[in-house]
Design a protein around this ligand. Sequence first.
Ligand code: SAH
Ligand code: SF4
Ligand code: F3S
Length: 514
Amino acid sequence: MNEKQRLESQQTIKADTVASKPEKDYSKYFQSVYTPPSLKDAKKRGKEEVEYHKDFEIPEQFQGLGKGRKYYIRTYGCQMNEHDTEVMAGIFMELGYEAVDSVDEADVVLLNTCAIRENAENKVFGELGHLKPLKLERPDLLIGVCGCMSQEESVVNRILEKHQFVDMIFGTHNIHRLPQILNEAYMSKEMVVEVWSKEGDVIENLPKVRRGNIKAWVNIMYGCDKFCTYCIVPYTRGKERSRRPEDIVQEVRQLAAHGYKEVTLLGQNVNAYGKDFEDIDFTLGDLMEELSKIDIPRIRFTTSHPRDFDDRLIEVLAKQGNLVDHIHLPVQSGSSDILKIMARKYSREHYLELVRKIKAAIPNVTLTTDIIVGFPNETDEQFEETMTLYKEVGFETAYTFIYSPREGTPAARMKDNVSMEVKKARLQRLNDLVNEMAREAMEKYEGQVVEVLVEGESKNNPDVLAGYTRKNKLVNFKGPKSIIGQLVNVKIINAKTWSLDGEMIEIDEQVEVV
Ligand code: SAH
Ligand code: SF4
Ligand code: F3S
């Protein structure tokens, strides 16, 4: 489908959707593009093949659109969003816009939003509240909402009703249409809404302005088909679709050639990589093996789902080299019953067996995880199972969350007999355990020498440099600014819960570096 056909088909959706919802007819707000999202449509997994477009370019009529104009993007949410922001920054740059660091200096402000929990959404609505007076003061300022919240009908409706000063809303599948959307917003006095409920294709060769020149994110796949019952992501990011191996390998090679030292491969469930290919049999393990041949010091991936973590991947990771020995493996709960209602499709026993296999193959591996407490009707015993699993695996740290109901997901319809007070108490107990075990893991480093990728000055003290180890531990130490961007050896003197203090050293071959 070419761009013109696609737009025409989007226009058809527009007419249908508006017609089928007469009670909420927002069409009076629009004369121009209006394609609203639908969670019901987003749930349908399209059978049609994903098309790969390699020919992205800024249409001629929009070149120079940003001349003399400035943009600012505020990013919420996960690395996927951070990376989408880099792509949008690339498009802004090609349009001739200049980047600025604050809303006050900008002519265009984009909020790249996250829908994962209610508090993520509240932050965005709070920010919209702050932007309103600015828009009243400077009517020419363009304000846009994009990212995962834009894919939700309820959010778009709320913006339409209560935040009419917003100029554009667009979703996660059409960020490559930023030039058209901006142009439309300049031309029209009405709000421009273009959100595609069905996933887009894979668009290659999008321009990017990466944050920094030391570490880079590389998408390997988009979307998620797992439909965990609590999660909004499959609705906001569409079906699983993988980038072709040759495109990923080429991107990582280019990053290596430009001197990048670390790459993080991105996907909501990277272990499903390649499952959608019909012409080749190529999995994440195969991809990691290819990437391990590239001359770049560190390669990571996030996030992996335990269900698709196969033996081939473990075998490849065990060779290590530039594949780091840190695996983030979200477990969500230690109770098989809760895991079942979450539709995670593995049990406590399966998870522990996977951990056993990983540890057998990579004895020095560091495991970290994500946990949700207070899932509907979680009992005290089920919560205790999460605590015991945490200890049994020996996680070094975790992101922990109180369950947040997301409209349109199956779990949001479940009755819940657990009070917020109980949920908060459980989170506190879990966090105490997480902190205690994080500290224990850090203390083991005292006296050891670690390899640190130096990223810059410490946020808290400009006289100190900061960087991360292969296992993603933050290290602070004194050294010359000239080593920023390099890998150096640091002897750890003092361990704290979330960081290590050390001294830079020259080493001889006798010393083991971890
Ligand atoms: N794809 C990743 C997770 C991405 S979302 C995976 O499956 O592992 C990041 C984390 O947010 C999840 O691991 C989960 O712990 C948390 N999360 C997702 N939906 C949530 C919800 N409705 N309430 C609370 N936490 C949630
Ligand atoms: Fe959400 Fe589950 Fe997909 Fe992760 S695997 S993004 S938790 S649905
Ligand atoms: Fe949030 Fe969307 Fe990422 S919901 S966590 S920004 S995929």
